[in-house]
Design a protein around this ligand. Structure first.
Ligand SMILES: NC(=O)c1ccc[n+]([C@@H]2O[C@H](COP(=O)([O-])OP(=O)(O)OC[C@H]3O[C@@H](n4cnc5c(N)ncnc54)[C@H](OP(=O)(O)O)[C@@H]3O)[C@@H](O)[C@H]2O)c1
Length: 342
């Protein structure tokens, strides 16, 4: 690898770290980091995006670099935007600052912002794409999925016994998994824009659905309760620890459309068997995080209610990871829907 390229890769690694600062957004806007190198390849500016309405990473890094950016290189995890949103186009800021080259990780998948590389080339800036591309895409995997699909990515989290039960024989709240798995769920929650359950889970378990142990400055996910039954005023989900939205609907498409309009790009589905089955039936579960506890409960609700009415088509899961977490087993995978009858 030539010297220049090695410097780009190192700068891109730094830009990736910046993109994942605790105050980087998890919602409407992507996470982006940017590093400015001067003519000699020394780092003279660093910046990351902090969410909708705030300056883009390139603008922050250019401000720090000042005149040292002239003739230098901007290394940025996502293709610079060329549209005038709440902040000006980054392509214009880069050209105005006199950078000679731009190195990009992920190509922008959105219609309105994409095409920044072409705009920059048209203005005489040398553009190189795909540097640490897969790593940069991973940082914005949910956002990228959501802007392409026009709805949030849905991850279904379940805690089940070895015999597939998600609650004890009386259906009441049961701690199925151990402390290590329960702690991990808080990490999962800290990576989404909304946590979604049905009224049934609130009425039986009275969960808080908050993120404990969240990193300083991290965004708080919206708590969402789906269903018609009124909730008791003292339900924990209605406390002031996090915002809560009640959606009086049984239609998962409508629920996700509402959340997408609110800028949510990743949903953690933590509901019970009724809501989970409704989302699966609508083919709206994309990923699973399944905690399997070494217990045989013998009785109690299973993970999916009325699954037999789905149409007989099994749903596959492409397993990406299996791990032992404390005394439990965690299976992570991508859901694969099949045609009925296969
Ligand atoms: N181990 C786990 O991972 C886990 C997680 C969550 C819950 N649970 C357990 O699950 C049990 C509660 O199960 P659940 O199925 O009642 O909980 P749920 O799926 O969270 O809530 C079900 C309720 O949501 C509403 N709803 C929303 N969309 C719906 C749709 N498309 N179709 C039908 N209803 C819809 C309905 O209430 P309305 O009549 O109000 O509209 C329905 O009764 C509890 O025992 C709890 O402990 C276990």
């Amino acid at each position: 690898m030539a010297d220049g390229e090695a410097r780009w890769v190192m700068a891109m690694r730094e830009a990736l770290t910046l993109a994942q600062e605790p105050d980087a957004p998890l919602g409407e806007n992507p996470r982006v980091g940017c590093v400015i190198l001067d003519r000699d390849g020394a780092i003279v500016g660093r910046g990351h995006h902090r969410g909708a309405g705030t300056p883009h990473a390139e603008v922050v890094a250019l401000a720090q670099a000042g005149d040292a950016a002239r003739g230098g290189t901007a290394v940025v995890t996502l293709e610079p935007c060329r549209h005038v949103g709440r902040t000006g186009p980054c392509t214009a800021a880069l050209v105005q600052a006199g950078v000679a080259a731009v190195v990009v990780g992920q190509q922008d998948p959105t219609d309105e912002a994409g095409g920044g590389a072409r705009t920059l080339r048209g203005q005489g800036v040398e553009v190189t794409g795909g540097v640490l591309g897969p790593e940069c895409e991973r940082v914005n995997a949910a956002w990228t999925f959501a802007v392409r699909a026009g709805r949030p990515l849905v991850t279904w989290k379940v805690a089940a016994s070895l015999d597939g039960r998600v609650a004890g024989p009386d259906g009441g709240p049961t701690s199925i998994t151990g402390p290590a798995a329960r702690a991990e769920v808080h990490v999962l929650r800290s990576d989404v824009g909304a946590i979604v359950v049905g009224t049934g889970t609130v009425l039986v378990d009275d969960p808080e659905l908050t993120v404990r142990l969240a990193a300083q400055g991290a965004a708080i996910p919206l708590r969402v309760v789906v269903g018609s039954r009124p909730l008791p005023p003292d339900a924990r989900v209605l406390d002031d620890q996090a915002p809560t939205l009640v959606i009086d609907s049984h239609d998962p498409v409508q629920v996700l459309a509402d959340l997408f309009d609110r800028g949510i790009r990743h949903v953690l589905l933590e509901g019970g068997p009724t809501l989970a089955a409704a989302f699966l039936r609508a083919q709206l579960v994309d990923r699973v995080e399944w905690y399997l506890a070494p217990l045989l409960l013998g009785d109690g609700p299973v993970a999916l209610a009325d699954w037999a009415t789905v149409g007989g088509a099994p749903v596959g899961v492409d397993v990406e990871d299996v791990a032992i977490v404390g005394e439990d087993v965690r299976v992570v995978g991508r859901v694969r829907y099949q045609q009925a009858g296969l």
